[in-house]
Design a protein around this ligand. Structure first.
Ligand code: PLP
Length: 401
């Protein structure tokens, strides 16, 4: 499969929104939709067959992450993992305190959960970021209080790809006796993620970001930590998360993680080369463009640009007409015309944040995809600037100098 093929002028550059399911993953999943369809909780042979697949997948994931199988909890994805970690600790630790620390550039799954907790009387401190989107450990040190119960900072940001100093942040939290959760949804499968090295107590990830199926993920919970349950029902996930287990998805996630980790360096180098070439060409050929995020501490797939004097949405729609799929802000917030909270937190002006677009590369993209996209960006940016009142005003100002 090649989602990046340009024969039909379809270039997919939105891998941080989701990825296609790898053929090998689909192959592994298929029997569990039809022949091996048993409910993993049933006591008969059909059930046992599914239960064995779930158990094997859990062990495989635990082995890859170097954690215990009993520390792996299957969820419906990143949103549920983030909700569970945050609300589960908030409820379980409310006698100790009601203060939670996070960053101001988290995904909507965290931001909305924080807002909900704030409405229930919890106090949330949002750590600022610098102009490159990085959280400062010194700011965390200052923010921790005796009533702080949880620190949650994402490992890699979904919009600008910045990779946070999670290990250092986690050490600070632990030195102060505070639990640490990280949202590793964008990082897992893209960069090396070692639960042990990071030292985190909880970690969220989601299979559809690394060529696995949608609607399945993991919340890693270190032994001994007991967040309150989020979804209650049957006895699944050792009574911690109710709901009939999505067996094909669990099997697919384990396979996808295995492939991602086994091929991590190869895919990292391949995708980074495409991204770096793309960034270099755009910066060289388009004036008044800002490359958002950190150049070093960054996911290999992510390129986020602000094109001055034009609307990101207009550029996005024009590129879509040329078969190029990218995103303005995160997929979850597109549909809203508010500028990205991440870019605003990094200090961008509203107008500049409005002209921002995220391109995220994947393992099926090619150098031809890069060339075609750069060509279309140049063409479209020129076209949109030619009718932009902001650009006309700017040019007028230049003439008046
Ligand atoms: N966290 C981050 C950083 C994400 O990028 C996303 C999805 O884009 C999520 C959480 C939500 O994950 P899911 O789509 O599996 O619910």
């Amino acid at each position: 499969m090649n989602t990046g093929a340009i024969q039909n002028k379809r270039v997919y550059l939105d891998h941080s929104a989701t990825t296609p399911v790898d053929d090998a993953v689909l192959h592994e999943m298929l029997p569990y939709f039809t022949q091996k369809f048993g409910n993993a909780n049933s006591v008969h042979a059909f059930g046992n067959e599914s239960a064995l697949a779930v158990d094997t997948s859990r062990r495989k994931i635990a082995r890859i992450l170097d954690v215990k199988p009993t520390e792996i909890y299957f969820t419906s994805g990143g949103t549920e993992g983030d909700n569970w970690a945050l609300k589960g600790v908030a409820e379980a630790k409310k006698e100790k305190g009601k203060h939670i620390i996070t960053s101001c550039i988290e995904h909507a799954a965290m931001m909305s959960s924080c807002k909900q907790l704030a409405a229930k009387g919890y106090e949330i401190t949002y750590l600022p970021v610098n102009s490159r989107g990085l959280v400062s450990p010194a700011d965390l040190e200052k923010a921790i209080r005796p009533d702080t119960i949880l620190v949650s900072v994402m490992l890699a940001n979904n919009e600008v790809g910045t990779v946070q100093p999670v290990r250092e942040l986690c050490e600070i939290a632990h030195r102060n006796g505070v639990l640490f959760h990280t949202d590793a949804v964008q990082a897992m499968g893209s960069i090396p993620v070692s639960v042990k090295e990071l030292g985190v107590d909880m970690l969220t990830f989601s299979a559809h970001k690394f060529y696995g199926p949608k609607g399945i993920g993991v919340l890693y919970i270190k032994s001994g930590i007991k967040p309150e349950k989020l979804i209650i029902g049957g006895h699944q996930e050792r009574t911690m998360r109710g709901g009939t287990t999505n067996v094909p998805a669990v099997v697919g996630m384990a396979k996808a993680l295995e492939l991602a980790v086994n091929n991590l360096q190869k895919n990292y180098d391949y995708v980074k080369n495409l991204r770096d070439t793309f960034v270099e060409r755009v910066e060289k050929s388009v004036p008044y463009v800002l490359y958002n995020g950190d150049r070093e501490s960054r996911l290999p797939q992510n390129a986020n640009f602000s094109f001055e004097f034009i609307e990101g949405e207009s550029l996005l729609l024009n590129l879509d007409l040329n078969g190029i799929a990218c995103s303005s802000g995160s997929a979850c917030s597109s549909g809203s015309l508010e500028p990205s909270h991440v870019l605003l937190a990094m200090g961008l002006k509203h107008e500049t944040a409005h002209g921002s677009i995220r391109f995220t590369f994947g393992k099926y993209n090619t150098m031809q995809d890069v060339e075609y996209t750069v060509e279309k960006i140049i063409e479209t940016v020129n076209k949109l600037r030619a009718i932009s009142p902001l650009f006309a005003e700017f040019k007028g100002e230049i003439k008046n100098v």
